[in-house]
Design a binder for this molecule. Structure first.
Ligand code: FAD
Length: 456
C-alpha cells in the first residue's frame, strides 16, 4: 500500500475530528487525521459547559472522564436569574445519561485526551502541527486527497473520502464551495469572556454552581467554575446591543460587569487572567453535509449560538452518525454515503435538549444499530422509571373515612307541561234581594244549597 493512501483523511483534530477518527479506527479503517495545532492546546475561542449527554458520547469513544477533568469541579446545579425579578435553582439530581453532574471543561484537557486516545487504534495515523492547504481532485472533480505542509515538509495524502472537521471557518467547506442550506443571522450574539481567579462563591461556603444571569436588557452573564479554582466569566449579548457600546472590547467587557452590582460583588477581590477572548456575531447555520469524495462534520457542517451549550455535543453526535454511514459504505453495504439520511439524522438529533431532558426525565436517545462496533462502550440507556407493580396500600391506623354517599342523580326534569286549560265556567253567582249579582260562595259551587242571607 502506498503509505500516503488512506480510506479517509480527516482535517481537524478536536471533538468532531478526533472522535470520528476513533470510531473509524475502531472499525479498522485506515485513517489519517491532520491537525494544525499541537496538543495540549485549546481552540482560540471556547468556554464550554460539557453536559451529561456530551460526557456520555466521550465515554463511547473510550476516553476516561478522569483524563480530561483534572482539578475540575463537578457542577450539580445551575442558578438562573432574571435581573432582580426571578431566581431558580435547577438541580441535576435525577441524573441524565448516567450522570447527575456536568463540567465547565478545560478544552486543552479535553482535546488533548481525545487526541491521545487515537493511539489506541493502530489503523489511525495522527499528525499534529500539520496544515492542510488544498484538496486534490480527480478528472471528474471528485475530491481524492489533501495537500499542505507538515513542519517544513510538503504534505500530500490520498483517500477515498476527505472529511472536514476543521471548525466554523472550515477550509474544506470553502474549497468545495459547500452551500449554506439554512442560516439565521437575525438573532446573532456577540460574546467575550475571561478567566478569573478568586471569584466569590455564589452562596458563601456553598458548592460550585453554574450561575446564569440575564439582566433583561439584551445581555446575559455566565459564571462557569472550571479547572484550578478559576471561573470563566462570560458576557454575551445581542450583537446590536453590544455594537452600540463604544470602546475597546476589554473596557466594554469589564464595564458591563461593573454596571451590575449583583455580579460585580462576586468579582470584588478577584483577578482576571487578562486574556480576553470572544466572538462577534456568532453564526447559526447548516451547510450541505457532503458531495463527491467529501463530507463535513462538527462546526464545519453545523454551527450555532454558544448560548445553548450544545456545540461539542453536536460535534460528537454528528461524528457518530457520519462514522456509522462511512463504515457501512466502506464495508460495501452502501454504494455511497447517504447524505440525505445523514442530514435528516443530524437535524433530528441536533435539536437542543428540552429542559425535561436535562433535568431528569428520560433523555431521548437513539441507539444506532450500525454504530461502529463492539469495541466501543455503548451509550448507557437512559434512566427509566421503576417498573415494579405498585405496592399494596397499607392499612391505615384509623378507620378509613367512610366514603361519601354517592349523590343520587336526579332524573332529568321533564319538559314543562303545556299550561292546563280549564274548561270555561260561567261564574256561579246569586242575586241578592237588592238585585245585585254576587259571586256564589264555594259551598254553592260545590253544590250545597244556600240561602240568602245565610241562615235565613
Ligand atoms: C464562546 C464559545 C462558547 C462555547 N460554549 C460551548 C458550550 O458551553 N458547550 C459546547 O458544547 N460547545 C460550546 N461551544 C461550541 C464548541 O466550542 C464547538 O461547537 C466545538 O469546538 C466544535 O468542535 P469541532 O471539532 O467541530 O471544531 P473545532 O473545535 O473548532 O476544531 C477544529 C480544528 O480544526 C483545525 N483546523 C482548521 N483548519 C485546519 C487546516 N486547514 N488544517 C489542519 N487543521 C485545521 C483547527 O486547528 C481546530 O483544532 C462554544 C463556542 C464558543 C465560541
Amino acid at each position: 500500500m502506498d503509505p500516503a493512501t488512506f480510506d479517509v483523511v480527516i482535517v481537524g483534530g478536536r471533538p468532531a475530528g478526533a472522535s470520528l477518527a476513533a470510531r473509524l479506527g475502531a472499525a479498522g479503517l485506515r485513517v489519517l487525521i491532520v491537525e494544525r495545532a499541537t496538543f495540549p492546546s485549546a481552540p482560540a475561542v471556547s468556554a464550554p459547559f460539557l453536559l451529561p449527554h456530551a460526557l456520555a458520547l466521550v465515554d463511547e469513544v473510550g476516553v476516561d472522564e478522569a483524563a480530561y477533568t483534572v482539578d475540575t469541579p463537578q457542577l450539580r446545579s445551575f442558578v438562573l436569574e432574571l435581573a432582580g425579578y426571578f431566581r431558580s435553582v435547577l438541580a441535576f439530581d435525577a441524573g441524565v445519561a448516567g450522570r447527575s453532574y456536568f463540567y465547565t471543561v478545560d478544552r486543552a484537557q479535553l482535546d488533548h485526551a481525545l487526541w491521545r486516545s487515537l493511539a489506541a487504534w493502530p489503523s489511525v495515523t495522527a499528525w499534529s502541527d500539520a496544515h492542510v492547504e488544498d484538496l486534490l481532485r480527480d478528472e471528474g472533480g471528485r475530491v481524492v486527497g489533501v495537500t499542505g505542509r507538515r513542519g517544513g515538509d510538503r504534505l500530500e495524502a490520498r483517500a477515498r473520502a476527505v472529511i472536514g472537521a476543521d471548525g466554523r471557518f472550515s477550509l474544506v467547506a470553502r474549497k468545495v464551495d459547500a452551500r449554506v442550506t439554512e442560516e439565521r443571522s437575525d438573532v446573532a450574539t456577540t460574546l467575550y469572556y475571561d478567566l478569573w481567579d478568586g471569584v466569590a462563591d455564589y452562596e458563601p461556603g456553598g458548592p460550585p454552581i453554574a450561575h446564569i444571569h440575564s439582566s433583561c436588557d439584551g445581555f446575559s452573564f455566565v459564571f462557569m467554575p472550571t479547572s484550578r479554582g478559576r471561573t470563566i466569566v462570560l458576557a454575551q449579548g445581542r450583537a446590536d446591543a453590544y455594537e452600540a457600546l463604544a470602546g475597546a472590547p476589554d473596557a466594554i467587557y469589564e464595564g458591563l460587569l461593573r454596571a451590575r452590582p449583583r455580579l460585580w460583588r462576586r468579582l470584588h477581590g478577584a483577578r482576571r487572567s487578562g486574556e480576553l477572548a470572544g466572538m462577534k456575531r456568532v453564526g447559526n447555520l447548516f451547510r450541505e453535509p457532503g458531495g463527491p469524495g467529501w463530507a463535513l462534520c462538527g462546526d464545519a457542517y453545523h454551527q450555532k449560538d454558544s448560548i445553548d451549550a450544545q456545540g461539542i455535543y453536536d460535534a460528537l453526535l454528528g461524528a457518530k452518525e457520519l462514522a456509522a454511514q462511512v463504515v457501512r459504505w466502506h464495508r460495501g453495504r452502501l454504494r455511497r454515503v447517504d447524505l440525505r439520511r445523514l442530514q435528516a439524522d443530524v437535524r433530528r438529533d441536533h435539536a437542543p435538549p428540552r429542559p425535561r431532558d436535562l433535568l431528569g426525565a428520560p433523555a431521548r436517545r437513539r441507539q444506532d444499530a450500525d454504530a461502529v462496533d463492539a469495541h466501543q462502550p455503548r451509550l448507557r440507556p437512559p434512566l427509566r422509571r421503576p417498573r415494579h407493580p405498585p405496592a399494596r396500600p397499607r392499612r391505615l391506623p384509623h378507620p378509613a373515612p367512610r366514603p361519601l354517599p354517592r349523590r343520587r342523580r336526579r332524573p332529568p326534569a321533564p319538559p314543562p307541561a303545556p299550561p292546563r286549560r280549564r274548561p270555561h265556567r260561567r261564574p256561579a253567582g246569586v242575586t241578592c234581594p237588592l238585585g245585585h249579582e254576587h259571586r256564589a260562595p264555594a259551598a254553592l259551587r260545590r253544590g250545597r244549597p244556600i240561602t240568602w242571607p245565610s241562615g235565613q
